[in-house]
Design a protein around this ligand. Structure first.
Ligand code: ZN
Length: 473
C-alpha cells in the first residue's frame, strides 16, 4: 500500500512538471465530455491518523489571502485558492478543516455545494471533474482558530495564540486549524501567503519575502512566496510584533528572520549561526533543499517546542544553535525526504536529533559519543526503553524521547560500523535519492548495507526495533 502511494506521488509530480502551463487541452476535454465521477476518499489510510488527508486530487498550490485581527472575535478571515489536479473522475472531494466557518466555495468560478462533518469539508462541484483536469477551488472562510491539543501532555498543535498575535506549529495535524488543506505528507504543494494585519504588527510565512503594502483601515499586507514543495504541517503563519532581518546563506539563499523584540538581544548568537549551520548541513547531507532560510522567534514562554517550518523554523523563545541545527536538519530529513506513514517518524526525528549531536560535536560542545553515553546511562528499568522507536504504536509515542534519542543512537551505531566517510556518503545518497519524495525505513536499511557492504541490519534490529535496553552500548 505504501509502495503504491509512493508511485502515485511520483507519477503526479511527473505529470505536474510535464503539463505545467500547457493544460488547455485537458481543460477543453473536461469541459466538453460529460464525466461521471466518484467521491474522493476522506482519508489516505495512515496507520496512526487514518482520517487525515484526502484522495482523488493532488494539490499544486495554495494561495492564501488572509486578514488577521488578533483582538477581534473573527481573528482570521479570508480566502484560500487551491489549485489541484484530479487523480480520478471526481464527483466530490474533501479538504481537512478544523472548526472555522466556511462562507462560500467556488470550483472553477462556479458556486459549489459544501458540507461539514468533524474535520472534513466536503465539496460537491456543480459538474464532476475529469481525471487529469486542473481545477481551482476558492474557499471564503472566517473564525477564531482553535489550537488542537498536542500529543504530548501540555503541547499544542496548530494556531497558537500569543500576547500580540499568534503563530502556527502544525505538526502533526494543526495545519487544518488555519486553512482548508489536504492534510497529508503525500500531497506537498507550493504556497503564496498574503496576510493583512493591524498597523504595528507584522505577518510572516515561509519562502521569500515579496514585500509590504498599505491596506485599508491603517492595516498592512505582507506577502510571502514559497516555491519549495511543502507538506502542510511545514507551512506556517506568524502574526505579532516582529522585526524582519535579512541576509544570505553562503550559497546565496535569502535569509529572513522575524524576531519578537523581546528576544532581539538573546537571539543574536544563534541567528548568526544560520549560514554556518546550513553550510555544515550541505557538507554532510547534500544541497540545501529549500529556496529560503531564516527563523521566526516569537514570545510564547510556555511553548517548549520548536518546529521545522520550511526554510524558516518557528520557535516560541530564543533557541540555542543546537536546537536550530535540529530544525535545519529537518529541511533535509522530513521536509524534503518525507516519511510515507506517521509510524515511520524515526526518519525525521532520529536523523534531526543525531544531526543536532553532530552539530554539537562540530562546535566542540559535546561529542556524539558523549551524547550517546549520556543516553545509555538511562537505567534499563526506565520506561524510556519500553517503546519501539522504529515503530511507534500510537500518536502519543510519535514525539516521545525514545524516537528522538534512541533514534539518534541507532545512527551513531551505524556511523561507528561504517566509518565517518561512508556514513556521510550514505546520508547524501539518501537525501538525493528521495529528494522531494516519500521513503520508508526499510529503504534506508538497504542503502546502508548496499553502500557499506556490511551487515548493518543487525544494528537496526537491536537499536531501532528491539525492545528494552541493549545489553552492550
Ligand atoms: Zn524534530
Amino acid at each position: 500500500m505504501l509502495e503504491r502511494r509512493e508511485l502515485l506521488i511520483s507519477m503526479a509530480v511527473v505529470a505536474v512538471v510535464t503539463t505545467s502551463g500547457c493544460s488547455p487541452l485537458a481543460a477543453d476535454a473536461a469541459a466538453q465530455a460529460p464525466v461521471r465521477g466518484t467521491p474522493g476518499s476522506a482519508g489516505v489510510g495512515d496507520s496512526i491518523f487514518p482520517g487525515a488527508g484526502n484522495g482523488g486530487y493532488d494539490v499544486a498550490h495554495y494561495a492564501l489571502d488572509l486578514t488577521v485581527e488578533p483582538k477581534s472575535r473573527a481573528a482570521l478571515s479570508g480566502t484560500s485558492t487551491i489549485t489541484a489536479k484530479a487523480t480520478q473522475n471526481l464527483s466530490r472531494f474533501n479538504l481537512d478543516l478544523s472548526r472555522l466557518t466556511v462562507e462560500r466555495v467556488e470550483v472553477d468560478g462556479t458556486t459549489a455545494k459544501f458540507s461539514r462533518k468533524g474535520n472534513e469539508l466536503t465539496i460537491t462541484p456543480s459538474n464532476p471533474i475529469a481525471k487529469g483536469a486542473k481545477f481551482a477551488t476558492v474557499i471564503t472562510y472566517h473564525g477564531t482558530p482553535k489550537v488542537l491539543p498536542g500529543l504530548i501532555g501540555g503541547s499544542q498543535d496548530g494556531w497558537i495564540k500569543t500576547d500580540d498575535g499568534a503563530f502556527v506549529m502544525g505538526e502533526p495535524l494543526g495545519a487544518m486549524t488555519w486553512h482548508p488543506v489536504n492534510n497529508t505528507v503525500h500531497d506537498p504543494a507550493t504556497y503564496d501567503v498574503a496576510v493583512t494585519v493591524p498597523a504595528g504588527l507584522t505577518g510572516v510565512s515561509n519562502g521569500r519575502y515579496v514585500g509590504k503594502e498599505s491596506a485599508d483601515f491603517g492595516r498592512n499586507t505582507f506577502r510571502w512566496s514559497n516555491r519549495t514543495q511543502t507538506i502542510p504541517y511545514a507551512a506556517t503563519l506568524a502574526v505579532g510584533k516582529f522585526t524582519l532581518e535579512t541576509g544570505k546563506t553562503k550559497a546565496g539563499v535569502p535569509i529572513v528572520n522575524a524576531v519578537d523584540p523581546r528576544h532581539h538581544a538573546s537571539s543574536r548568537k544563534a541567528l548568526e549561526e544560520i549560514p554556518a549551520i546550513i553550510a555544515w548541513g550541505e557538507k554532510l547531507f547534500g544541497p540545501y533543499p529549500v529556496d529560503s532560510a531564516g527563523a521566526i522567534i516569537d514570545h510564547a514562554p510556555k511553548i517548549g517546542a520548536a518546529l521545522e517550518t520550511i526554510g524558516r523554523p518557528v520557535y516560541g523563545k530564543t533557541p540555542t544553535s543546537t536546537v536550530m541545527a535540529h530544525e535545519y536538519a529537518h529541511q533535509w530529513f522530513g521536509n524534503s525526504v518525507r516519511f510515507s506513514d506517521w509510524s515511520q517518524i524515526w526518519l525525521n526525528e532520529g536523523f534531526a536529533t543525531y544531526a543536532m549531536w553532530m552539530w554539537d560535536e562540530e562546535r566542540g560542545r559535546a561529542t556524539t559519543q558523549e551524547w550517546f553515553d549520556g543516553v545509555y546511562r538511562v537505567p534499563a528499568e526506565d520506561k524510556f526503553w519500553a517503546p519501539v522507536p522504529g515503530k511507534p504504536a500510537t500518536g502519543k509515542e510519535l514525539f516521545g524521547d525514545p524516537v528522538y534519542y534512541r533514534g539518534a543512537m541507532v545512527l551513531h551505531k551505524v556511523r561507528q560500523a561504517v566509518g565517518d566517510k561512508v556514513f556521510s556518503k550514505i546520508l547524501k545518497a539518501w537525501t538525493a535519492e528521495h529528494r522531494n519524495r516519500t521513503a520508508v525505513i526499510e529503504q534506508f536499511i538497504s542503502l546502508t548495507e548496499k553502500m557499506s557492504g556490511k551487515p548493518t541490519r543487525k544494528i537496526f534490529d537491536v537499536w531501532l526495533f528491539g525492545k528494552g535496553k541493549p545489553k552492550k552500548p
